[in-house]
Write a protein that binds this ligand. Structure first.
Ligand SMILES: [Fe+2]
Length: 590
């Protein structure tokens, strides 16, 4: 096989062969086109050019990574004839060969439930509850003298001090309106449900090694106070029922909002615009390409095999397919490149105060990786744009910004928050850092938690299979409570996915989290496949030592981050591994 020609990094204003460059960009524009029809207002790819296909190495390695799965599913099938799902414990039986995730042994505890808000598969929902927020009023009904809440819990004082947090899945929270559009889908034996709870948590100052810990204090369904569940339920299974409902709500948020929309789909127009507007040898294209590697193909496969009619999202998530897609659109409408830059996204949720909330692994590990990426991007872009006029004279960069920021009506990528032009290198550094962080760390954080937290269906079911306990009325017909007192293990089993759904959930999510193509900051695999050269060979004609030096420094910083995260994990009850640089991919390749 002949190696593709090695690109010589060069800004357009310095290009010795401008005609050749213009011709190749024209070809790129014909091959990469925006699609506005598939899921408006999202902007996706019309059809994926062959150049984007998975490499042979990717296909071979990924197949090998899935090898254990068929044998596991076969063993599970054989076993299920003898032993159907008739107690909660039976959900462990789905792991006949592949390892049982640790969460299976602790998921019913309050600690595991709270910790998942901070370091689970979806650490992106919890936010600080302000004292003036009307949603806080219901908390006055929590029994405050229970010994479980030692030292004595005073709602108003804790609210004032900023120790109360909320995860709101009701569909009335401005940040997450999607659930209001979900009625629930159907399956062979009846309905599926999307519970719409509001879960409240308290950061208690004493807890684990006295750094405190997050404690769930209430779960509310609907506006009526009688729908409030607390850890003090006389029937402990009622509290478990409520917690599992939160987990269902969270799994639907995770897949459609955090994962599919806020990584895979928001990055798709950026990959298209990069191919259309930046020549292959443009320094920004060379920087971004490893981070956009295989995403278009991967997303396209997702359209064919995950969000297709009768596919896993349709079959396994709570809503109908159209309703689940409504969750994606809702997430897209709230998203923009500026507010979803890692540090701003954390502070917008009020989760940035490390004294008030000293334990938030996603934040604490994420900021280390963010800083390393930011440093590398800054070194690299300052090198290519030493003066402001280098940026303003770069017609490709300006066209990239203009097209991506343009609306769909103007044939653009509709990337909200993308500046329409760049005049300062600092603005470009922020945008590029955000793109790389979303493609690498953020995607890996939400993707690889799927195995540990979501393949075991009893912890994070993708749908509920029965409704809340029935309402109880007094003689005048007004609702005074519900049948929570009589909830049994059988009711919990009716809430959880039945056998086939639980098996399919395991199978789908295992396949999405069993393989890593590459590793953040290590570009040789992608460069070799894309350009037939190593990173330092592509930059050989430029100041090779400088650019390669930036990359080596980046890798060293990431390795230092790894050591710091390992040290952090020594102090954590549950290690958080998803933002360890050695486990982060460069791109959304799975
Ligand atoms: Fe993914």
């Amino acid at each position: 096989m002949v190696n593709p020609p090695s690109p010589t990094p060069c800004l357009p204003q310095n290009e010795p062969d401008a005609n050749r460059r213009a011709d190749s960009l024209n070809l790129q524009r014909q091959a990469y086109r925006y699609d506005y029809q598939y899921l408006p207002p999202l902007v996706l790819m019309e059809s994926v050019p062959a150049a984007e296909n998975f490499s042979l190495q990717y296909i071979t390695e990924r197949l090998a990574a899935t090898a254990e799965l068929p044998a596991n599913m076969l063993a599970v099938k054989v076993k299920s004839f003898l032993d159907p799902l008739d107690e909660l414990q039976d959900y462990e039986d789905f792991f006949a060969i592949i390892p049982l995730p640790k969460i299976a042994k602790v998921y019913q505890t309050n600690d595991a439930f709270a910790e998942q808000r901070l370091s689970g598969a979806n650490p992106l929902v919890l936010r600080l509850l302000n004292p003036g927020d009307a949603r806080a009023q219901v908390l006055n009904q929590i029994p405050s003298s229970k010994t479980d809440f030692e030292p004595l819990f005073q709602v108003n004082k804790e609210l004032e001090e900023g120790n109360i947090y909320i995860a709101d899945y009701t569909g009335t929270d401005i940040n997450y309106l999607g659930p209001s559009l979900v009625q629930g889908g159907t399956h062979a034996k009846g309905r599926k449900y999307l519970p719409k709870p509001r879960a409240f948590f308290w950061w208690r100052k004493s807890g684990i090694r006295d750094r405190g810990k997050l404690v769930p204090i209430a779960i509310q369904f609907g506006e009526k106070a009688e729908k409030l569940y607390t850890p003090f339920e006389k029937n402990p299974l009622a509290w478990l029922f409520a917690k599992i409902c939160v987990q269902v709500a969270d799994s639907n948020h995770h897949e459609m909002n955090s994962h599919l929309c806020r990584t895979h789909f928001v990055m798709e127009p950026i990959a298209i615009g990069t191919a259309r507007q930046l020549a292959e040898n443009h320094p920004l294209s060379l920087l971004l390409k490893p981070h956009l590697r295989f995403m278009l193909t991967n997303n396209h496969l997702g359209q064919e095999r995950l969000i297709n009619p009768n596919g896993p999202v349709d079959e396994l998530l709570a809503g109908t397919l159209a309703e689940s897609m409504a969750l994606v659109k809702d997430a897209y409408e709230k998203w923009n490149l500026r507010d979803f830059a890692f540090p701003r996204e954390i502070s917008n949720r009020g989760m940035d105060d490390t004294e008030r909330l000293p334990h938030y692994p996603y934040r604490d590990d994420g900021i280390l990786v963010w800083q390393s990426i930011n440093q590398f991007v800054s070194d690299y872009l300052h090198y290519f744009y030493p003066n402001p006029q280098d940026i303003t004279n770069d017609q490709e960069l300006q066209a990239w910004a203009r097209e991506l920021s343009n609306s769909a009506a103007n044939q653009g990528g509709n990337v909200k928050g993308m500046p329409a032009n760049f005049t300062a290198v600092e603005d470009l550094i922020e945008v590029v850092t955000t793109i790389i962080f979303i493609c690498g760390p953020l995607h890996s954080a939400v993707n690889y938690g799927q195995y540990d937290y979501m393949t075991f269906a009893a912890n994070m079911p993708l749908a509920a299979y029965r409704d809340l306990p029935e309402a109880i009325q007094d003689t005048t017909g007004s609702i005074i409570g519900d049948a929570r007192g009589s909830i049994t293990e059988k009711d919990i089993l009716q809430l959880l996915p039945p056998y086939k759904k639980a098996a399919d959930q395991l199978q789908s999510l295992f396949t999405l989290s069993d393989y890593r193509y590459d590793r953040l900051g290590y570009y040789d695999k992608a460069f070799q496949e894309l350009y037939g050269r190593k990173f330092e060979e592509v930059f050989a004609e430029r100041d090779q030592a400088t650019i390669t030096g930036f990359l080596r420094q980046f890798q060293q910083n990431l390795n230092m981050n790894e050591q710091e995260i390992d040290a952090n994990n020594q102090k954590r009850v549950v290690p958080y591994t998803y933002l360890k640089p050695s486990l982060i991919l460069n791109s959304i390749s799975i």
